[in-house]
Design a protein around this ligand. Structure first.
Ligand SMILES: CSC[C@H]1O[C@H](OP(=O)(O)O)[C@H](O)[C@@H]1O
Ligand SMILES: Nc1ncnc2[nH]cnc12
Length: 309
């Protein structure tokens, strides 16, 4: 069925799907629009599907690597993705990611909610909206939103996850590497020595750009493998990742549906609208109005209208 390509209500919550999660097909969810948004930073990874939850909340869904997983982690158009979401009203995002585990107790198929991240990308991804005569430095001490993380963790401890001993871990330290090759054993052991819990290739600059766009952002990491540090196990392969994602896909969908149901409650509306982040990007700007690059200001107008003009 061909969906409308417009949607008139603001959409406050987005779900970004990663490896193995290219659609949000939870029970009672209905797709109501498919938006092809052009941004000053190009086209997003995929059309944005707007779905209504059983609670009648509109949700924006975006597939990070494209509908057919055709974008490498380096190629993901993160600025277009975040700007497009912000432009339709999004203020909070639940991002899903397949991750390798760097710790014995985090078993394949377990879930991890990270609170910290170490950037091991190589500086080749466009990672800020501040450029071209508009300088800004937002705080990134806490890369993931603590309020959203609490909602997710409360849901996760509520028996939503099925399967033999599948658990949700909190306060994870996530390593984000460039890829697309997986790590060497020496790198994997180095990250373990730093206290790393899980590793992926996609959290950055997505989380940094969400912060600049004043979007509350949390990542749900789904462990799929033990990377390559374990001496008694074969090193990670795409087959292992896909196999565990396939087996755990239902858990991801149950969890997403339960989180969205909880976020529909009145008590969470300030969080969903990220009131606590309002104005943080405006006050992060160091460039005085007279010195601001006109083109840069125009681009920013697309997602933060009136902030820098
Ligand atoms: C297919 S294994 C590596 C790939 O999986 C993760 O993707 P995502 O975070 O989008 O779920 C990882 O970050 C890599 O991009
Ligand atoms: N071991 C690993 N390293 C990086 N990204 C991953 N995504 C899933 N498993 C991974």
């Amino acid at each position: 069925m061909l969906l409308p390509d417009t949607f008139s209500e603001p959409v406050r919550i987005a779900v970004i799907g990663g490896t193995g999660v290219s659609a949000l097909e939870a029970e009672g969810f209905t797709a109501v629009a498919s938006l092809r948004i052009q941004t000053p930073y190009g086209s997003p990874s995929s059309p944005i599907t707007v779905l209504k939850t059983p609670q009648d909340t509109p949700i924006a869904f975006l597939s990070r690597h494209g509908l057919h997983h055709e974008l490498t982690p380096t190629e993901v158009p993160n600025r277009a993705n975040i700007a497009a979401l912000r432009s339709i009203g999004v203020r909070s995002t639940i991002a899903f990611s397949a991750v390798g585990s760097l710790q014995e107790h985090i078993r394949p198929r377990d879930f991890v909610i990270p609170s910290q991240i170490i950037d091991r990308t190589k500086g080749i991804r466009a990672s800020t909206f501040f450029e071209g005569g508009l300088v800004g430095h937002v705080g990134f001490a806490d890369p993931f939103d603590a309020g959203l993380a609490k909602v997710v963790l409360d849901i996760g401890s509520d028996g939503v996850l099925n399967g033999e001993g599948v658990r949700m871990h909190k306060d994870g330290l996530l390593i984000c590497m460039e890829g697309p090759q997986f790590s060497t054993r020496a790198e994997s052991n180095l990250y373990r020595s730093w206290g790393g819990d899980v590793i992926n290739m996609s959290a950055l600059p997505e989380a940094k750009l969400a912060k600049e766009a004043e979007i509350a952002y949390v990542m749900v990491c789904m462990s799929t493998d033990y990377d390559c540090w374990k001496t008694n196990e074969a090193a990670v392969t795409v087959e292992t990742v896909m196999g565990n994602m396939h087996a755990n896909g239902a858990n991801a969908k149950h969890l997403a549906a339960a989180i969205l149901k909880e976020l529909a409650k009145e008590e969470h509306q300030d969080l969903v609208c990220a009131r606590h982040l309002e104005g943080s990007s405006k006050s992060a700007c160091c460039t005085t109005p007279a010195g601001r690059g006109r083109e840069a200001v125009k681009k920013m107008e697309f997602m933060l209208p009136g902030y820098f003009s």
